[in-house]
Design a protein. Structure first.
Length: 163
């Protein structure tokens, strides 16, 4: 957990519109990379649904133990950067550097939770999930198991929600 001084400093930093990812410590960079990939996933179908926002909020809170105000700053910044041409390769590299293989599988599971939050799988979302799985070094069989597990945990039929 960050000290209050570090917390305030990081909250102020993340609120800047001209933030540079090279300015961040690796742990902070990891958190922003994760949040940015979550938002990028939510926006893959060109809409940011309230259920996706709430799912991202829950995932970031559970994973990084941040309070709501800080999460709002992370999501807000990730949304701002997503309006520009976003180079997700940097974010994926940060995830790969910081997570072990089983943690990357858990991360892909989080991605799937966000994808299905709005009740459907858009082809762009499926494409993004496939791209992320490959870049996270998760083979297609394991990826399909992760997807199936998440769909089952949410009691959603794969055939019903694929568009």
């Amino acid at each position: 957990m960050y000290s209050k001084q570090m917390w305030k400093k990081m909250t102020n930093f993340i609120s800047r519109s001209n933030i540079s990812y090279d300015d961040l410590l690796e742990k902070q960079n990891m958190h922003i990379a994760a949040a940015s990939l979550f938002v990028h996933t939510a926006l893959a179908d060109k809409k940011f649904h309230r259920k996706e926002f709430n799912k991202i909020r829950g995932l970031v809170k559970d994973r990084f133990d941040y309070d709501d105000a800080f999460i709002d700053h992370l999501i807000s910044h990730a949304c701002r950067t997503n309006n520009e041409e976003m180079d997700i390769d940097k974010f994926i590299d940060v995830i790969n550097r910081n997570l072990k293989p089983e943690q990357r599988e858990d991360f892909l599971g989080m991605i799937w939770h966000i994808i299905i939050a709005d009740g459907k799988i858009h082809p762009f979302e499926q494409h993004l999930a496939n791209l992320l799985a490959a870049r996270l070094k998760i083979n297609s069989i394991k990826h399909e198991r992760i997807k199936k597990s998440i769909l089952e945990s949410e009691s959603i039929s794969n055939d019903y929600i694929t568009h």
